[in-house]
Design a protein around this ligand. Sequence first.
Ligand code: NAD
Length: 267
Amino acid sequence: MRLDGKVALVTGSSQGIGQVIAIRLAEAGAKVVINYRSHPEGAAETVAKIRAMGGECHGAEGYCDDDHAFSIGADLSILADIHRLVGESIDHYGQLDILVNNAGIEKHAPFWEVTEKAFDAVINVNLKGVFFTTQAVVKHLMATERSGKIINISSVHEDLPFPNFAPYCASKGGLKMLTRDLAVELAPYGITVNNVAPGAIETPINSELLNNQAKLNALLKNIPLGRLGHPQDVAGLVEFLASDDANYITGSTFFVDGGLTWNYQEQ
Ligand code: NAD
């Protein structure tokens, strides 16, 4: 299998896109560390789904052991939690090869009403959390002289305006430049860094949109492929970027948006 022998850490993998990415990487043969902040049941569900696959023994060699996934609670807006998360992952599996920075939040408010608390909450998870989780993993890769893959789940809003979500746009725009910068700085160490930028994907983060038919219809008019994305649409690309097939790709953003970005009209 494509990711045999690899160990991946997927942040925010107790639900939504992160959960499906974690399962997809495990299907490709990776051992996966599941991370959650406040939803241990969701993390346990992800782990159980991956362990259930193990029972059938996958691939030519097959794996049947129970140890292809486990979960760690950690709040990525807290530096000490990040260090514990990465440390415990390495202690458990002896290595890390793939980091998927998936955890992210958004908060709705007109720009002039955004509080310091709301700003910090978004930036601390979406940008500072990604920065220091990546730093901790990169230190491990450098110390052990391993190559590695960093994949950030960004958003079409690293490029497109999203009125009333200014901190979110600032965080994802920051992530775009962080990726480009790290791609250059880490290339000599065999570490690649790429962004996956989803459009509108059916997950809990979009529950308000999913419950507002008028808003949904207006958005669908902007999506040339005529539907919202599924987490699987994102996960397939992440699996590819995590594999050796993507060894020559770094510093890029890949949009998974049904064509939205090139057809975007502000709502
Ligand atoms: P979601 O709300 O379903 O999942 C977000 C995950 O992040 C959850 O597992 C949550 O527990 C975790 N998380 C949040 N704060 C955390 C913290 N402080 N510490 C640890 N984990 C934390 O959302 P989703 O749609 O699955 O989003 C996943 C990523 O995809 C996010 O970065 C989001 O910005 C991005 N994205 C989503 C869409 C979409 O339409 N769904 C579009 C573009 C980008």
